[in-house]
Design a protein around this ligand. Structure first.
Ligand SMILES: CC1=C(CCC(=O)O)c2cc3nc(cc4[nH]c(cc5[nH]c(cc1n2)c(C)c5CCC(=O)O)c(CCC(=O)O)c4C)C(CCC(=O)O)=C3C
Ligand SMILES: [Fe+2]
Length: 354
């Protein structure tokens, strides 16, 4: 495996690394098998999720949205005079990260910055992207080449421009209301055990939920909102396993009981309007709100917002010359973690490829 030598050398390519999603009905099952392999998701949940994808013709918007972000990042880098080719690879569906890595290698690049589409710490949001890089190096490279380095950019959930982009999205959504709505921030639920193990053990865990809460509070504060909620969505484990709560739909019901009539639901946990946003929020949660007679607005994700794209370009520029803080949380070379004890998988540790 390549080592981390040459910390000061410049980078010559950018890999935009994401989750992936199906593009045809036939892709849905094999995609979901990739996502859930060894993850203990009950078959009934999987059957439901198949239906969510089929509701949209078996096409997740995620790849199209990522390509739009990539186009915007390319334009921004060009405008700044940063000459880095941008590649696209995914964990769970084509273009698979190992295939893209092979292409990067064959195109002659040897030092690759990796931008992950998750802003957060935790196993699913950070460590699993390091594992993707390890997989890409193992399956994607023709031979062990110590000159090849893939450096994952750090977690960006606390970056001022990330908060600013979120503030812009929420501010414009709030202008649609005539009465002041309750603002509800939502992010992907994870098992309680995974949250307890998120972040360096010495820091006491819970990095993921604490980051989501801190970013939500920062966005609310910027807009002078004193009362808001942070809730969770899209849980998928067996019912007896505790996940982060409350669930968005349960929470809407309890807001309804308390007489709340207007809600702005902000998917702070995701950077684009992919399937877990357009199904779980635009369909399921919206229906719950409609049954309760609530006025419901789903706030846009940051996506191609110019401030968010500018943040991505800033991160790239910060590290492209070989500088930048390589000890920042989430930053690591060739799948090595920021801290050895960071975000240890709570169950089913995956064997590290030799
Ligand atoms: C923290 C987190 C993020 C945010 C960070 C990031 O962005 O990476 C995220 C993103 C996403 N999750 C996505 C889709 C899915 N997630 C699943 C399952 C799971 N997600 C989990 C966590 C997260 N997920 C967890 C703990 C599971 C249980 C299984 C396991 O322990 O790994 C399943 C399996 C079926 C189900 O259980 O729902 C699907 C289909 C899509 C793509 C949607 C599209 O196609 O447009 C995206 C961007
Ligand atoms: Fe997920």
């Amino acid at each position: 495996m390549a080592d981390t030598a040459g910390n000061g050398a410049a980078f010559d390519a950018l890999l935009f690394l994401s989750f992936g999603g199906p593009e045809r009905p036939e892709d849905v099952r094999p995609f979901l098998e990739n996502v859930t392999r060894g993850r203990g998701v009950p078959p009934e949940r999987l059957d439901d999720v198949v239906q969510h994808y089929l509701h949209f013709g078996g096409v997740s918007p995620i790849n199209r949205l990522n390509l739009a972000m990539i186009d915007a990042v390319r334009a921004e880098l060009t405008a700044r005079g940063v000459d880095l080719p941008v590649y696209f690879g995914n964990r769970n569906w084509h273009p698979m990260v190992a295939d893209t890595t092979r292409r990067i290698y064959d195109d002659g690049h040897r030092r690759v910055l990796v931008f992950p589409t998750s802003a957060w710490g935790g196993y699913s949001g950070c460590r699993q992207y390091h594992e993707d890089i390890t997989t890409a190096l193992t399956d994607g490279l023709p031979a062990d080449d110590p000159s090849f380095v893939m450096r994952k950019l750090p977690q960006y959930c606390a970056e001022p421009k990330f908060i600013e982009a979120l503030v812009r999205a929420l501010r414009s959504a709030l202008s649609e209301f005539t009465r002041t709505p309750r603002v509800v921030f939502t992010a992907h639920s994870i098992p309680e055990s995974a949250d307890r193990n998120a972040g360096p053990a010495a820091d006491g865990g819970r990095l993921y939920s604490l980051q989501v809460k801190a970013a939500s509070a920062a966005v609310a504060q910027a807009l002078g909102i004193d009362e808001f909620d942070v809730v969770w969505q899209s849980r998928s484990g067996p019912p007896q396993v505790p996940w982060l709560e409350p669930d968005i739909c349960d929470h809407l019901r309890s807001l309804g009981e308390r007489g709340v009539t207007d809600v702005a639901v902000m998917p702070i946990g995701f950077v684009s309007d992919h399937l877990e946003v357009i199904w779980d929020l635009d369909s399921e949660a919206r229906d719950v709100a409609a049954d309760l007679g609530m006025n419901y607005v789903r706030v846009p994700t940051v996506g191609t917002d110019t401030v968010f794209i500018s943040l991505i370009a800033d991160l790239v520029e910060r590290y492209a010359g070989g500088g930048g803080d390589v000890s920042a949380m989430g930053c690591g070379d060739n799948g090595t973690l920021c801290r050895p004890d960071c975000c240890v998988p709570a169950r089913r540790p995956r064997p590290t490829p030799a």
